[in-house]
Each structure stands twice: as C-alpha cells, then as structure tokens.
Design a protein around this ligand. Structure first.
Ligand SMILES: NC(=O)c1ccc[n+]([C@@H]2O[C@H](COP(=O)([O-])OP(=O)(O)OC[C@H]3O[C@@H](n4cnc5c(N)ncnc54)[C@H](OP(=O)(O)O)[C@@H]3O)[C@@H](O)[C@H]2O)c1
Length: 335
C-alpha cells in the first residue's frame, strides 16, 4: 500500500490518471491531489470520496510521507517541483519532457525496458506519447531483424496539448460550421477541418528546422532502445481529432521480415493488438483506440522499394498508454 500524490490532477492527463488508478485498483494507503492556484479547492471525486485540489508549492512534500508522486504538469513546473518531491523521499514519475533526456533519469515503457527502472535516483520519466506507441511496436521487430532506419509521421490529437486544446477544437468546429468568428487561444492556426504540421504550438522549430517534438521522437527512441546507431527521421502533424495519436512508420531492417512473421511477432507482444484485415476494412483508428490501454497496429505491408522494409500504422490513446497508463505501470513496477 502506497501514499500517492497525483500532481496536475485537474488536467487532461491527471483526470485519466485518477481513472486508471481506480480501474487498476492501485494499492493506496492515502491519496492527495495537487494543481496550480487556478484550481485551488476544486472538488475532486475519487472512488466515491470527495477531495479538494491542493495548490502545489515548495512545501507540499515537507512531511516526507508521499511515496509515489505522479506528475502531469508543464515541464517548467516539473523542473522546479520534482527534485523537491524526490528530496523529500517521493519517487516521482514525471510525464513532462523535463527529465527525459537526463542521463541520470530512466525513461521507461514497461513492456520495452522495465529493467531501467531500478537505476532511478528519485525521478523516472514517462516518454512522449508518440514515442511510447512507436517503441512498443518496433522493439520486437528491432530484436528480431535489427532496424537500420525508420521514417515516422505522426497524426496527433488535440488532447496531446491540454484540456483547453480539446475545448478549442470543439468550439472552433462549431464556429466554422455556423460561419462565425472564433478567437483562438491555443493553436497558431485553425485546427477545425485543418492539419497543422507544427508541434508544439509555440517555440517549435530548432536550428535544423525540425520541431522539438520531432527531435523527442528521435532522441527518446534511441535512449529507450539503448541504440544510438538507429537512424530515425520524424514529421509530426496536429490533426482535428480529440483523442488518440496515430503514426505511419516505415522501417528498413537488416534481416527480412515478412508480413506474416511481423504479425506473428507483434501478436505475441504484451500490450499490442494487431488489427489488420484490410479486406474487411479492419485497421487501427483513433476513435476506436480512445479509452483503451493497448497500442493497436495494422496496415502491415512490405515496403517494395527496398529489399528489407515494412510499413506499419500504429494508434494508441495518448492520455492512456501515452501518459497515465504507462506512468501507473511504472508505479506498479515499484511496488
Ligand atoms: N496530454 C497528453 O497526451 C500528454 C501525454 C504525455 C505527456 N503529457 C505531459 O503531461 C503534462 C500535463 O499535460 P496535460 O495535457 O494534462 O495538460 P493540462 O490539461 O493543461 O493540465 C495541466 C495540469 O497541470 C496543472 N498545473 C499547471 N501549472 C502548474 C503549476 N505551476 N503547478 C502545479 N500544477 C500546475 C494544472 O492545474 P490547473 O487546473 O490549476 O491549471 C493541470 O492540473 C505536460 O507536461 C504534458 O507535456 C501530456
């Protein structure tokens, strides 16, 4: 039984974090919920009990009794508060990008590199939501046939940004349909009935013209697979989907993998569901992956332009496996 804090409990990830803690019946001695001042005192229902959101501050962990802190707050706030929580005895599982590439911090997808958890020094990082679904699928293929090069294009839902971004998509969709003006708060361009090839929405582009999100996919995949030789290139696109990130992945391997061998390997991999019967129009889609913990893969085809290549289509719920479920699976490894 653990004393757990959900930090960022009122956000898109925090809400699902509470739901997943309950569903998985995580052994709780005590639970507390933190947010920013904006949600101070907000009522939070959990397992039939009513709690109040507490404002996170530098004294929040002073008592030293919180054992696991599930952080889903902006990276800047994680940078400040996660080391304070860890110093006061908590093990922090952080969903932000603040510590992912820190060599002292394990970056973990339990089905892929659970062994890394034991190296933690108080903080464990949850990977980016697109990285999680992609590494889950490519790990067994990399083990079997060694991936030399990978080209990834993601189609990321608005819940990957925040609750507010989900509201913006709903409101802007209504406004476009009604031919009304809409004042955007989140995205740099219209997201309703549109695609935006830029993630995140602010300060996105680096000197190499890739976005920070695209470079996360490259760097985090190499770190999780412990293979810096893997050649990866990525393009990320924001799509007008509420929930569920999709990825088109092309891999070139050293050894040839047939479609049947690939399906067999993936169907034996925990956490993955092969949904691949194109003749019956069966393939993964975000609307059907929503609120599910598995990562779905389909449209598995040989890339006929190279001797050993494959194309795959991957979808998972960014708020579940891409964030809350993965973090709680990490917490379960700590029990
Ligand atoms: N959304 C995803 O699919 C996803 C996936 C993986 C990782 N992540 C990461 O998870 C984190 C949260 O994302 P989200 O989508 O849940 O965002 P969100 O909907 O905007 O929620 C943010 C949460 O953090 C709280 N917060 C904001 N600033 C804070 C501060 N200074 N101190 C304490 N709490 C603060 C907010 O509290 P208030 O209610 O008071 O504002 C809210 O509970 C981000 O780092 C994000 O990159 C998100």
């Amino acid at each position: 039984m653990k004393n757990v804090a959900v930090v960022g409990a009122t956000g898109a990830v925090g809400i699902v974090m509470r739901q997943v803690l309950k569903e998985r019946n995580f052994p709780l001695k005590k639970i507390s919920f933190f947010s920013s001042e904006r949600s101070h005192g907000k009522k939070i229902q959990f397992k039939g009990e009513s709690f109040r959101a507490q404002v996170l501050n530098e004294s929040s962990f002073d008592k030293g009794d919180i054992e696991i802190a599930l952080f889903s707050i902006p990276a800047q706030a994680s940078k400040l508060f996660a080391p304070i929580a860890a110093k006061n005895g908590a093990i922090v599982i952080d969903n932000s990008s603040a510590f992912r590439m820190d060599p002292e911090v394990p970056l973990v997808v339990p089905e892929v590199n659970a062994h890394a958890v034991s190296r933690h020094k108080g903080i464990i990082a949850n990977p980016n939501c697109s990285t999680i679904e992609v590494v889950q699928v490519i790990k067994p293929l990399h083990d079997a046939a060694r991936i030399k090069r990978m080209v990834v294009t993601t189609f990321q839902s608005v819940s990957g940004v925040s609750l507010q971004a989900m509201d913006e998509l709903r409101q802007e969709t209504r406004a476009v349909l009604e031919d009304e003006e809409y004042q955007r708060q989140i995205f740099p361009h219209q997201i309703a009935f549109n695609l935006i090839p830029q993630i995140p929405q602010e300060n996105a582009f680096g000197a190499n013209l890739y976005t920070t999100e695209e470079m996360k996919l490259v760097d985090e995949t190499r770190k999780i697979l412990e293979d810096d030789s893997l050649r990866i290139t990525a393009t990320n696109v924001r799509v007008p989907v509420l929930r569920g990130h999709s990825a088109s992945v092309n891999i070139e391997t050293e050894k040839k993998l047939t479609v049947e061998e690939t399906k067999q390997l993936l169907s034996e991999t925990p956490g993955i569901v092969v949904q691949d019967d194109p003749a019956r129009q069966i393939y993964p889609m975000p609307a059907f992956a929503t609120d599910k913990d598995e990562t779905f893969v389909g449209r598995i085809r040989e890339d006929e332009s190279v001797p050993c290549g494959l194309n795959l289509w991957i979808v998972s719920d960014n708020l579940r496996k891409g964030a809350a479920t993965n973090a709680i699976q990490i917490a379960e490894l700590l029990l």
